[in-house]
Write a protein that binds this ligand. Structure first.
Ligand code: KE4
Length: 436
């Protein structure tokens, strides 16, 4: 085989020598779709350029954070200014207060919050807090939902692991997950049965309000209502994992969308990440004051972090939030995302390809299925070979979507109407290869 002139191949071969799988997060390895990951040389707006200098329209945007596109001038300027003042202090700063106040103003269910460095850290701590605050051990999660790679939550995760077909991670001792009840998403009967059996032992229920780790599966209003009611009835905490949906599907996150259908709806704890950090390592968890004050140094639940509330990351997050709260931002972003999913659906119909799509705010998903799935088992009916054909057909045309059919897609304010049109045109061509 002649040596590859493709610089992505060369970089992947070199990366594999020193980094497991050549990547620092499994989904980036293209294992589910085959082929060589694109090594990003630089990104700007809605685009990135790979090692070969090939340009792609980016619908991953770092898996959600880049809601303004890459290199937004106001965010870049804020990060540069903050970096010049110091990278990290391990001491409190005013900007952490500003960001906490900004987030609490956007998400009214959050009375207090703590900043951490990743969604995993935030989700893991929210679980510990629920257990500490209630004195109970059991946690309810749902098959296909992913809440980061903390041991107790790495059970039938829908992101990464499901793609590799290993619903439970090696290295997680059975005793660590013995308290984690994994139920079927959107299955009200099963949920009610679980609470009838274990309600008094359940510390918390954690859920993705819109499961972006099953590509895009909405919790039904009835299911959401019952999760709230049963947690209240049994004294368990409802933990809304909005790492992906927070400030992405709406300024106030998915909880603001569901509160329109369920008056007064609010979770007890919310986990946030991605957009609130604007692409820098920053996440958060927050909720009712009485619960949050159980945290050290006030209360008995320990949590800590060297880089928690990092001054450069908080500058990036604050600048991002200040841009997305501008009047009209979400209306425009939502309309753009709808144009994309509407155009893809029309193109698939034109080619008689079974296809369905859904979106909310700047987040979208699609399935090569006749109708939207409601749970993990239905998502699993997707044929990965057909998805892989679509993925590589789009990639060859400079369109970069998630390299796994279980992942959602993201539109930014930097995506132009021309980018959306070009994406739909590229998909039209690829759908021809998927005609049944
Ligand atoms: P991080 O630890 O990756 O910052 O966040 C974990 C997490 C928690 N909760 C939800 C709902 C999430 O979607 C995530 C992380 N999302 C994945 C994409 N499905 C990140 C991409 C990756 O794992 O490389």
């Amino acid at each position: 085989m002649p040596p590859s002139t493709d610089l992505n191949d060369a970089l992947m071969a070199r990366a594999r020598q020193i980094i497991p799988g050549g990547v620092n997060s499994p989904v980036r390895a293209f294992r589910a779709v085959g082929g060589t990951p694109r090594f990003v040389r630089r990104a700007q707006g809605a685009y990135f350029w790979d090692a070969n200098g090939q340009r792609y329209i980016d619908y991953i945007g770092s898996w959600g954070p880049m809601i303004l596109g890459h290199g937004h001038p106001a965010v870049l300027e804020a990060v540069q200014r903050a970096a010049a003042e110091g990278f990290s202090f391990g001491a409190p700063t005013e900007r952490e207060i500003e960001l906490a106040e900004e987030i609490a103003a956007l998400v009214p269910s959050i009375e207090m919050l703590r900043l951490v460095s990743s969604g995993t850290e935030a989700g893991m701590t929210a679980i510990r807090l629920a257990r500490g605050a209630t004195g109970r051990s059991k946690i309810v999660k749902f098959e296909g939902c992913y809440h980061g790679h903390a041991d107790a939550l790495l059970v039938k995760a829908g992101s990464g692991l499901a793609t590799f077909g290993h619903p439970t991670s090696a290295g997680v001792p059975p005793e660590v997950v013995q308290h984690t009840l994994v139920l079927e998403y959107n299955n009200v009967a099963q949920l009610e049965e679980a609470f009838a059996l274990h309600g008094q032992d359940i510390a918390g229920l954690i859920m993705e309000p819109i499961a972006g780790n099953m590509n895009f599966v909405r919790a039904t209003v009835e299911f959401t209502r019952r999760c709230r009611e049963l947690c209240t009835q049994h004294g368990a905490l409802l933990i809304y994992d909005e790492v992906m949906t927070g400030c992405r599907v709406a300024l106030g996150g998915a909880q603001s969308v569901y509160a329109k259908a369920i008056p007064g709806f609010a979770p007890d704890l919310t986990v946030l990440g991605k957009v609130i950090g604007g692409g820098m390592p920053l996440a958060a968890f927050g909720g009712k004051r009485a619960v949050m004050e159980q945290l050290a140094p006030l209360g008995p639940v320990y949590q800590a972090g060297t880089l928690s509330g990092n001054p450069v990351a908080t500058a990036c997050g604050l600048a991002t939030l200040r841009e997305i709260k501008r009047p009209g931002f979400f209306e425009s972003l939502s309309a753009k995302t709808r144009r994309l999913t509407g155009g893809l659906s029309a193109a698939a119909r034109q080619a008689s390809v079974p296809f369905c799509a859904d979106c909310e705010g700047g987040m979208f998903g699609f399935f090569l299925l006749p109708k939207l799935p409601q749970n993990y088992g239905q998502v699993m009916q997707s044929e990965s070979s057909r998805f892989n054909t679509l993925f590589h057909g789009l990639l060859a045309r400079g369109i970069y979507i998630a390299p796994a059919l279980y992942e959602a897609g993201f539109v930014s304010s930097a995506h132009s109407d021309e980018d959306i049109a070009a994406t739909i045109a590229a998909a039209s061509e690829v759908f021809q290869a998927l005609r049944l």
